[in-house]
Design a protein around this ligand. Structure first.
Ligand code: FAD
Length: 295
């Protein structure tokens, strides 16, 4: 029988920070992460001032500052073609050292947290291991069943199981936690375009009559997001990639010279934007945090 004090399901930001904190306090903690690594494209990059302050409190500020990053202090959006952009956020007015957003891919942050946690003898990270269900005894969650990518299955017993497995959390199937969804008017398309010398840097917005867009500077390429009304993905795809390129170009004219780099709809991922939360974040033996609790 495998045992741990705390089983953390999911090695995203919520799970890795929790595991680091517990391990530093000497609590035996095992993180199960279904993927082989943290390198996932479909992730954000903005590390906000409050998160930077938290990393500082954890003693990780110097290590974090050494990660390749861009620092963004203002967010500007165009209102009308040819008119000056409007500053919609100016973080430089914040007091304290963290008056900026650090643009760091989430996988770099997770690698840093995992590396730091591995220094603690009570920390274990099991990659390629997917929790497939909860173990319960007399109404109490007592751990999880799991399956590894090489097909092995097992059970891990724990005094406390923490669901940090994101918005598709196993815990959301539990009716007693009362998952609740709210209407959300938009979805997002997520795709890359090349970045060239002379381009702006950091986080850049764009607005046309068809799209609001955000471009995240990831060094050699732009990670682009285009907001579309919810439920219009299939219809817009059917209208053709050429049409999308034209509408996108209207919103972001300075990228017009490279929208051809988008060769197929396979390169445009749909992010189903959701707004939901659990009414109850815990039950005996189980706690839900991060996107598992509210997305
Ligand atoms: C496209 C996109 C862009 C975003 N941009 C930003 C941004 O710029 N700034 C920002 O602050 N936030 C951004 N977000 C939101 C942010 O990524 C999430 O809020 C954050 O990652 C939630 O952290 P989490 O640890 O709760 O869950 P997740 O990050 O979703 O992590 C869950 C982890 O659990 C693992 N997992 C899932 N199920 C299981 C299972 N059964 N067993 C084992 N492991 C499992 C997953 O592989 C994953 O590693 C973005 C999200 C998306 C999708």
């Amino acid at each position: 029988m495998e045992r741990t004090a705390c089983c953390v399901v999911g090695g995203g930001p919520a799970g890795m920070v929790l595991a680091l904190l517990l391990a530093r306090s000497g609590v035996e903690v095992t993180v199960l992460e279904k993927h082989a690594d943290f390198l996932r494209d479909f992730r954000g990059d903005t590390v906000h001032p409050s998160t930077l302050a938290l990393l500082d409190e954890l003693g990780l500020a110097e290590r974090f500052a050494r990660l390749p990053q861009r620092r963004v202090r203002t967010v500007r959006l165009p209102v009308d073609p040819g008119r000056p952009q409007v500053t919609v956020a100016d973080l430089s007015v914040l007091r304290g050292p963290y008056n900026y957003v650090a643009m760091v891919p989430q996988w770099d942050l997770l690698d840093l947290l995992a590396d730091e946690a591995r220094r603690e003898p009570s920390f274990r990270l099991r990659m390629n291991t997917e929790a497939t269900g909860f173990l319960t005894e007399a109404g109490r969650v007592t751990g999880v069943r799991y399956r590894t990518t090489d097909g092995r299955t097992g059970e891990l017993r724990a005094l406390l199981t923490v669901a940090c497995d994101g918005r598709g959390s196993l815990a959301r199937a539990r009716r007693e936690l009362g998952p609740r969804s709210f209407d959300c008017p938009m979805d997002a398309w997520w795709f890359r375009l090349p970045r060239r010398t002379g381009d702006p840097s950091g986080l850049v917005g764009g607005a046309g009559d068809r799209f609001l867009t955000a471009m995240i500077d990831r060094g050699e390429y732009w990670q682009c997001a285009a907001l579309i009304p919810k439920g219009t993905d299939a219809g817009r795809r059917a209208a053709g990639l050429g049409r999308f390129r034209a509408q996108f170009t209207a919103a972001v004219p300075w990228l017009a010279d490279r929208t051809d780099a988008l060769r197929s709809w396979d390169e445009v991922k749909l992010l189903d934007v959701r707004l939901d939360r659990l009414r109850r974040w815990h039950r005996p033996g189980l706690l839900c945090i991060g996107d598992a609790a509210h997305a």
